[in-house]
Design a binder for this molecule. Structure first.
Ligand SMILES: [Zn+2]
Ligand SMILES: [Zn+2]
Length: 280
């Protein structure tokens, strides 16, 4: 049974962009579903979203969604846990889909050290590393940023970026889960860090300490919906319209004004994803 969505938060006073969401996993199927989700988001100040694929079916779907609603952009890759499915046919299709003008990033790719051995069929670490390197190379060839999934793999992700060389178009650590040390390493390298609902969780003091260190020009925000619903609705279904709670939690961690954080995150998303500014 689907989890119930929380009531809408108080709208933000500035436009913001959800830099990483999964509209298909939120239950969107048709163009009308996508428009309805983005209407709910727009009502609280979330003017755009990047919807991210994690397998081939999803990759085809996210481009359809991005073509159906101009507020939606796509990111295309095979998720690290599915890196063992990256055969020649999959590579050819990901390349074709990621080249679309509606695809604004290659992702999510990276390393997940949590699931191998816990989930049947999960790609092994060496398969993930090879797929990550391939996606980095694809991002370079397309002049698009790479969107990174890093779960329990901070040092190895940085090592792969160092050995392969980061794409000039940018690096985004989605659902940033590191501490102050990783935040400083990302800032020094010029990588973007995207904060999800986890920054609002009660037990996330090291993450809030990291969030306070990120330069405002490298800050992004995301829902990673339908997962990681922010406090005070943790456990319920997440959607792009839930982003204001995360913006407010992030602003509190930084001692900043929520609208200023929203505005900075929007401008950063427009820059790294090469989006036209919204007509406000
Ligand atoms: Zn992820
Ligand atoms: Zn995700």
């Amino acid at each position: 049974m689907r989890r119930e969505r929380p009531p809408a938060p108080e709208p933000l006073g500035a436009a913001v962009i959800d830099s990483h969401t999964h509209l298909d996993a939120c239950g969107c199927v048709t163009a009308e579903d996508v428009r309805a989700a983005m209407d709910r988001a727009a009502a609280v100040g979330v003017v755009r979203a990047v919807t991210v694929a994690d397998d081939l079916d999803s990759a085809r779907w996210v481009l359809t969604a991005a073509e159906a609603d101009e507020r939606v952009s796509a990111a295309v890759a095979l998720h690290p846990t599915r890196a063992n499915a990256l055969d020649d046919a999959a590579r050819a299709e990901i390349e074709k889909l990621a080249a679309s003008p509606r695809a604004v990033a290659v992702g999510e790719t990276g390393l997940d050290h949590y699931w191998p051995g816990r989930m049947p069929g999960c790609a092994a670490p060496d398969e993930q590393r090879e797929a990550f390197a391939w996606h980095i190379d694809l991002a370079k060839r397309l002049s698009k940023p790479v969107m990174i999934h890093d779960r329990d793999a901070h040092d190895d992700v940085l090592a792969v970026l160092r050995s392969e060389g980061a794409p000039d178009a940018g690096v985004i650590f989605h659902c940033f889960s590191g501490d102050a040390t990783l935040a400083r390493a990302c800032a020094d390298a010029g990588y973007y860090t995207s904060f999800a609902g986890t920054v609002t969780f009660r037990n996330a003091a090291p993450l809030r300490e990291a969030a306070a260190l990120v330069p405002s020009e490298l800050l992004l925000v995301e829902t990673d919906a339908p997962f990681l619903t922010p406090h005070p609705h943790r456990g319920r279904a997440n959607e792009p319209y839930c982003l204001p709670w995360t913006v407010r939690g992030l602003a509190a961690a930084r001692g900043a004004d929520p609208d200023a954080v929203a505005d900075a995150a929007r401008r950063n998303a427009e820059r790294v994803f090469n989006l036209a500014a919204p007509a406000l």
